[in-house]
Design a protein around this ligand. Structure first.
Ligand code: FES
Ligand SMILES: [Fe+2]
Length: 371
């Protein structure tokens, strides 16, 4: 007899300190009901990365995406404002914008040609003259809350209640910390997308293990990080893992991972920002199904001119190599999580405080969803 959803959520004790805590139960990584509840709560009710601002430079620039299972379009209007909408036509629900990104003078639905302005108002409805009680003004694209932070556009799917927090409140200390990091000097260079046969939380757990796996899994990266000095700092909804950089044996890695320290920021639930000197990459972890996940890497550099191209490419390739090492282990973990032999595991006090924070925030998100 399967446990009820309530029992599944209650089987994780979020009150235990790290020394006594276990991971979330294995079933949270395999149960479709948990996946559906996560979409509704964890993804539907908090702020999420939707696009880079550099994709939306001019009026009419747009990006489509899917968040919490909802089709989303983010677009820069004629008034230069960035807005978000549900990308579902008010006529018969087709996606209005069908490309991942582009520029358009207006948003035209490919199905029956309804057109919406860049501000979302319904403008054109072919062959619709004799329809009674149809108010065009009430049939614009439904808006989604949108806010900007640093180089990124964030959206929140569920319409905020009066006490819902702003993006700035959601980010907390990160706002001030990033002000001093000057990442506006970094320019987008390339995007790489990976698909993994694992639950999205396996990838996040792997990221948040405080470097625990680095000496074992990433020998090249390990040679340039001072693993013993690795620090882990939890904020309200973020974790900062940081390591001093040393000159290591792996010349290939060393030449593209330089500077004093590496900073790895994770923002609940699924966005990571990795900073080295003159290099940044972000990882967006997108759930596809309960055991399938897409991870989008965006690479940024201070210098993106043609002369820097080769160096930048080499840096992206290093990221690619590290990612492939992570990919295999994540798929191995997913298989183990489905085994009758595994239910939950304990956490390293020295290394896995970030994972503990992630699991407690998840529990709070899911439990809030059962109210
Ligand atoms: S569904 Fe968009 S015009 Fe009919
Ligand atoms: Fe890794």
């Amino acid at each position: 007899m399967p446990d009820s959803l309530n029992q599944l959520i209650d089987s994780y004790d979020s009150t235990l300190p790290l020394e006594q805590a276990s991971t979330i139960p294995a079933s949270w990584y395999t149960d479709k009901r948990i996946f559906a509840l996560e979409q509704e709560t964890v993804f539907g009710r908090s702020w999420h990365f939707a696009a880079r601002i550099d994709q939306l430079t001019n009026a009419g620039d747009y990006v489509t995406t899917e968040i919490a299972g909802e089709p989303v379009v983010v677009v820069r209007g004629s008034d230069h404002q960035i807005r978000g909408f549900f990308n579902a036509c008010r006529h018969h629900a087709a996606a209005v914008m069908t490309q991942p990104a582009g520029n358009a003078p207006q948003m035209r639905c490919p199905y029956h040609g309804w057109t919406y302005s860049l501000e979302g108002e319904l403008k054109g409805t072919p062959d619709f003259n004799d329809v009674c009680n149809f108010n065009r003004a009430e049939n614009g694209l439904l808006p989604i809350e949108t806010a900007l932070w640093e180089q990124w556009v964030f959206v929140r799917i569920e319409k905020a209640s009066d006490d819902a927090i702003t993006l700035e409140q959601f980010l907390g200390d990160l706002v001030d910390r990033f002000r001093t990091l000057n990442i506006s000097n970094l320019h987008w260079f390339e995007r790489r997308t990976y698909t993994l046969n694992c639950n999205w939380k396996v990838f996040v757990d792997n990221y948040l293990d405080g470097g625990y796996h680095v000496p074992h899994l990433h020998k090249g990266l390990d040679s340039v990080l001072d693993y013993s000095e690795y620090t882990i700092e939890n904020g309200e909804r973020f974790c900062l893992q940081s390591s001093p950089i040393v000159s290591g044996d792996d010349q290939e890695v060393g030449s593209v991972r330089s500077g004093q320290r590496a900073f790895y920021y994770w923002l609940y639930p699924n966005f990571m920002i990795n900073l080295y000197e003159g290099v940044m990459d972000t990882n967006l972890v997108r759930p596809i199904t309960v055991d399938r996940t897409q991870v989008i890497f965006d690479f940024y550099f201070t210098d993106v001119s043609d002369t820097a191209r080769e160096h930048n490419r080499a840096s992206v390739e290093i990221g690619d190599r590290i990612q492939k090492e992570d990919l295999d282990i994540c798929e191995s973990v997913q298989r183990g999580l489905s085994s009758r032999a595994y239910h939950a595991g304990r956490l390293s006090v020295r290394r896995e405080a970030g994972e503990h924070l992630f699991h407690r925030l998840l529990h709070a998100g899911l439990a809030g969803g059962l109210k």
